[in-house]
Design a protein around this ligand. Structure first.
Ligand code: 13P
Length: 232
């Protein structure tokens, strides 16, 4: 299992350092084959030591240059960061990133050899139209994406389940992951209101190779409850 923590715009540089120090001490509690990833906010990126991977939540597709307010490869490599989250629904919906922009980012960071956690997910109105509509919507989010890229992990996060406390049902996750697995061969994470109370049933679903967690990852205690309660 992969346990990925997405801090979003939470935590400061200080509180992230404190978190990483605590997390590093707890990594012996995870199962041998499991992997932990943490995506802190850009201002808290650093070379933290521990048995986990640090990734960036977003970056601009350039090494460096005149891109005010952005973070490029140069800034990430300073901390040895070679892992990137791309296409999170909050970037698509709130920051207005188009599929074209997301695909451009993907292609650039592939060419730079980055490991990519690529996010997809449908809004509620699409889910309400039924499974065919969901399939079409999700597959369209692979436009311009090389799903055979070796360092790719896909995260399925239904938008209506993010931060709402209402995770998708085991049945919904199972059907959607099965459909996605027939299109992509890489590891597939589920995200959306994953918490200590539902991790066991979600981790047990066939086709779930890990979880991408927002709210429940913000405290080490709660994130570790997920890491230690999931599938062995
Ligand atoms: P929550 O776990 O807070 O629902 O967030 C999920 C998410 O968007 C992780 O990327």
């Amino acid at each position: 299992m992969i346990y990925a923590a997405n801090f979003k715009m939470n935590h400061t540089r200080n509180s992230t350092a404190d978190y990483m120090e605590k997390l590093a001490k707890r990594m012996s509690e995870k199962s041998g084959g499991d992997r932990v990833m943490v995506f802190p906010p850009a201002t808290a990126l650093d070379s933290y030591t521990g048995d986990f991977t640090i990734g960036a939540q977003n970056a601009y597709p350039a090494v460096s240059g005149a891109y005010t307010g952005e973070t490029g490869v140069l800034q990430l490599e300073e901390f040895g960061i070679k892992t990137l989250l791309i296409g999170h629904s909050e970037r698509r919906e709130i920051m207005g990133e188009s599929q074209e922009a997301v695909a451009e980012k993907f292609q650039f960071f592939c060419s730079e050899g980055f490991e990519i956690v690529y996010c997809i997910g449908e809004p509620l109105e699409v889910r309400e139209q039924g499974e065919e509509a969901v399939t079409a919507y999700l597959l369209a989010q692979f436009e311009g994406i090389d799903t055979r890229y070796k360092k790719l992990t896909v995260a399925y996060e239904p938008i209506w389940a993010i931060g709402t406390g209402r995770s998708a049902t085991v049945e919904e996750i199972s059907r959607t992951h099965k459909m996605l697995k027939s299109h992509v061969k890489c590891a597939l994470l589920y995200g959306g209101s994953v918490k200590p109370e539902n991790i066991q049933e979600i981790a047990a679903v066939d086709g779930v190779d890990g979880v991408l967690v927002g709210g429940a990852s913000l405290e080490v205690e709660s994130f570790m409850a997920l890491v230690t309660a999931g599938k062995v």
